[in-house]
Design a protein around this ligand. Structure first.
Ligand code: TRP
Length: 371
């Protein structure tokens, strides 16, 4: 049994030379090619779980990074659970401000981009007690040293608004394992920063099966699905992020979008061309227009030629506003009926609750704690 042993280092890595790829991105990419093939052959074989923390409006970075991938999977026929990770809001702050508002906005964003509540289960993890109960046996399967090594948690602690690291922050990757394993998801579409958490989930699944499975697997070992879209920069030229005030929200109106793009950082070279290494801001804007128009950034650049930043920004604004028009229309239609919104969430949480109860019953049977 591999309980509490360190992970096998990547080939060529030694204890004293830090790996150039500490998150394991390249292995995940190789695996993704295989998974995409399998999904296309038989989408109904797979169950996906994804989620977001309800801390603010989702933006175009989220959309092209992971959200549109979820809708693509749903539309291919993959079964999907979409989690609103409300407890996880408290990992890096003491108080979850306007939680109800943020949760409703998140549901609206999901519905607006095409998550279909008839086919996909949207739920909040605080509303599913049996999911949370899985955390106790799962905590027994990881060591404090392993939790301490998690590079994403380490990084988040550096940026945390709290002066001390809470027990919840320290253990949230284990909670995330409960989020994923309660429904026995086998695919998790995430960004690169979440790969260490997926590794914790896989470890927990493996150890649970070894220790309690009696020869059969209670849990699958889920795979990460990484988006192929390159990173979008925010309007200030750094990573697009809710907390940096540099994001274009899905919910932003056409005028707000125009204003944000107008204020975006560029450079003074009039000739517009795609060169992400040397002209990151201009290139990110080209990429954004290209993603919206399903063209290449080079094609977008060729049309602008020597028009300079002003022409670039006009093109990007039009591309984004045109692309988001149907999303915004759906969003405002759903926003008119908050009762319906809450009903979608309630029904999703009930569905997720039934699945979690069934898994917890299996876990208790495997652990001989059914009295
Ligand atoms: N940690 C994720 C984030 O910050 C949110 C999340 C919580 C999640 N539980 C999850 C993502 C389970 C995927 C699977 O984005």
């Amino acid at each position: 049994m591999d309980t509490f042993t360190a992970r096998t280092p990547a080939p060529g890595a030694t204890a004293s030379t830090p790996s150039p790829d500490p998150l394991g991105v390249s292995a995940a990419r190789d695996r993704n090619a295989v998974l995409e093939e399998l999904i296309h052959q038989d989408p109904r074989r797979f169950r996906v779980l994804t989620g977001d923390r309800p801390t603010g409006r989702l933006h175009l970075g989220h959309y092209f990074g992971t959200l549109h991938n979820r809708v693509r999977l749903q539309d291919l026929g993959v079964e999907m659970f979409v989690l609103i990770a409300d407890y996880q809001v408290l990992t890096d702050r003491e108080v979850a401000d306007d939680l109800t508002g943020h949760v409703e906005e998140l549901v609206l964003d999901y519905l607006a981009i095409g998550v279909d509540p008839a086919r996909s289960t949207i739920f909040a993890h605080s509303a599913v007690p049996a999911l949370n109960q899985l955390m106790l046996p799962f905590l027994s399967l990881v060591s404090v040293a392993e939790l301490r090594r998690n590079p994403t948690v380490k990084d988040e602690n550096v940026h945390s608004r709290q002066s001390a690291v809470s027990g919840l922050m320290f253990t949230y990757p284990v909670h995330q394992a409960a989020d994923i394993l309660f429904c026995k998801a086998d695919l998790v579409p995430v960004g690169q920063d979440q790969l260490p958490h997926l590794e914790v989930t896989r470890t927990i699944a493996r150890r649970f099966n070894d220790r309690y499975g009696g020869g059969s697997a209670v849990f699958p070992q889920p795979d990460a699905l990484l988006s192929r879209a390159p990173l979008l920069l925010g309007t200030d030229g750094t990573k697009m992020s809710k907390s940096r005030g540099n994001a274009i929200a899905l919910a932003a109106g056409a005028d707000e979008t125009a204003r944000l793009i107008k204020g975006a950082r560029t450079d003074s070279e009039r000739h517009i061309f795609y060169d992400p290494a040397n002209r990151p801001e201009v290139s990110s804007l080209l990429l954004l227009a290209a993603l919206c128009q399903q063209r290449t950034p080079q094609q977008v650049a060729a049309d602008i030629g020597s028009g300079g930043a002003a022409a670039l920004k006009r093109t990007v604004t039009e591309a984004v506003n045109e692309y988001l028009a149907p999303v915004r229309a759906r969003r405002s239609a759903y926003a008119r009926d908050r009762g319906h919104l809450r009903q979608i969430l309630r029904e999703g949480s009930e569905r997720a609750g039934a699945v979690a109860e069934a898994t917890l019953a299996e876990v208790r049977a495997a652990m001989h704690s059914r009295y």
